[in-house]
Write a protein that binds this ligand. Structure first.
Ligand SMILES: [Fe+2]
Length: 194
């Protein structure tokens, strides 16, 4: 029987997963920035794209500090989150609603990464890789700040603007007599999107 894997092996595996996740995000973030209507939201995505490039370099330093080859391993988790974000971007939403959805997708990605880096830091500490702890902590702090920024934008006015648009939409549709077609999709009234 082959030797059982150790926490060190699991740690390297998770690092490769994180490395691939960050690379996938450098491709997704420009699309999210482009889809955003709020200039502040676009700036937040663009800023996080720059940070993500730095996070990739930091992970390379972590691999080097461990004398490990820099290598990624396909991250299915973030691929799924990005895929969901893509299908939302294909929807026909008003600008504020699209922004609210982009924030929702962005925060899913941030929380996934925060969970991954939290584990990586705890394992690096347990294994005594203190250089790695320091580098990974810097990234975790950036992910948390990016997440908070998105909450701030959502709660600042994007969600409210989207909610007002939803109410206006309802008011417009109410006078339509039964059986009469308004010629518009029943935005906000249908659950068929999910
Ligand atoms: Fe990241």
């Amino acid at each position: 029987m082959a030797d059982a894997g150790t926490l060190h092996d699991a740690f390297i595996d998770e690092l490769r997963d994180a490395y691939d996740a960050e690379k996938q995000l450098t491709k997704a973030l420009p699309k999210m920035a482009k889809a955003a209507s709020s200039p502040d939201l676009r700036t937040a995505f663009e800023k996080h794209l720059e940070e993500t490039r730095g996070q990739i370099e930091r992970l390379e330093q972590v691999f080097e500090s461990l004398d490990e080859k820099v290598r990624g391993k396909h991250c299915e988790g973030i691929a799924g989150i990005i895929e969901e974000g893509k299908s939302v971007m294909e929807e026909d939403f008003d600008d504020a609603t699209m922004d609210a959805c982009l924030i929702a997708g962005g925060q899913r990605a941030e929380h996934y990464e925060m969970a991954a880096y939290g584990t990586l830091i705890a394992w690096a500490k347990a294994l005594g890789h203190m250089d790695a702890v320091d580098l990974l902590q810097q990234t975790l702090d950036e992910e948390k700040a990016a997440d908070e920024k998105l909450s701030e934008l959502a709660e600042g006015d994007i969600n409210q603007t989207a909610a007002e648009a939803a109410h206006m939409d309802e008011d417009e549709e109410e006078p339509v007599a039964a059986g009469e077609k308004s010629g518009r999709s029943p935005k906000g009234k249908s659950n068929s999107r999910r």
